[in-house]
Design a protein around this ligand. Structure first.
Ligand SMILES: Cc1cc2nc3c(=O)[nH]c(=O)nc-3n(C[C@H](O)[C@H](O)[C@H](O)COP(=O)(O)O)c2cc1C
Ligand SMILES: Nc1ncnc2c1ncn2[C@@H]1O[C@H](COP(=O)(O)OP(=O)(O)OP(=O)(O)O)[C@@H](O)[C@H]1O
Length: 140
């Protein structure tokens, strides 16, 4: 049984998320998704959708076998529990492949790291969807 872990914020779902999760699932038998905690999203504006609601939507997607909220303090705690064969990074995730490989090795975790490509859709980005909503709803 080959386990794959995918991660992300998943604030306002779009086909780019689906593409990332489908490609991740193809790399193994069981796809586990770690959804970022609200408090841990500091590299961009805080998510609009609360963490439990983001988790519920991700868990309902076809390629996803298991989804959970991430740990608040140690991002490697869920990895230790799941013990995946592969961890996928999305095309725009800020973690570097080699940095992540090194961090796993230091902790004695055996997972390989694979970067998934980008999906080209007209509105396949949570922040672009938010920007589009703001632009369309702006009062004249
Ligand atoms: C291997 C790995 C494990 C992660 N585990 C957690 C976690 O336990 N808790 C959490 O809040 N975020 C965790 N994250 C971070 C987020 O899921 C997400 O990748 C990060 O916030 C980048 O978000 P983005 O998808 O918006 O670029 C993890 C990321 C990686 C790469
Ligand atoms: N268009 C896309 N193509 C492929 N993968 C994507 C796409 N958009 C997001 N992903 C991947 O899905 C996962 C979760 O993405 P995230 O929650 O950061 O959404 P996002 O749309 O990229 O957000 P934002 O626009 O705010 O940066 C990440 O691994 C990310 O790389």
């Amino acid at each position: 049984m080959k386990r794959v872990v995918a991660t992300g914020t998943f604030d306002i779902l779009h086909p780019g998320h689906l593409f990332y999760l489908e490609e991740s699932k193809k790399l193994g038998d069981e796809l586990h998704v770690i959804v970022a905690r609200d408090a841990n999203v500091r590299h961009k504006p805080r998510p609009v959708i609360p963490e439990e609601q983001r988790l519920a939507m991700v868990a309902a997607l076809k390629p996803v076998d298991h989804a959970r909220l991430g740990d608040s303090a140690d991002i490697f705690a869920p990895i230790r529990e799941i013990d995946p064969d592969v961890i996928t990074l999305g095309f725009n995730q800020f973690f570097g492949e080699d940095d992540l490989r090194r961090a796993l090795e230091i902790r004695g975790l055996r997972a390989g790291v694979v970067r998934i490509g980008g999906y080209e859709g007209p509105l396949s980005s949570s922040s672009r969807i938010v920007a589009e909503i703001l632009a369309r709803r702006r009062q004249p």
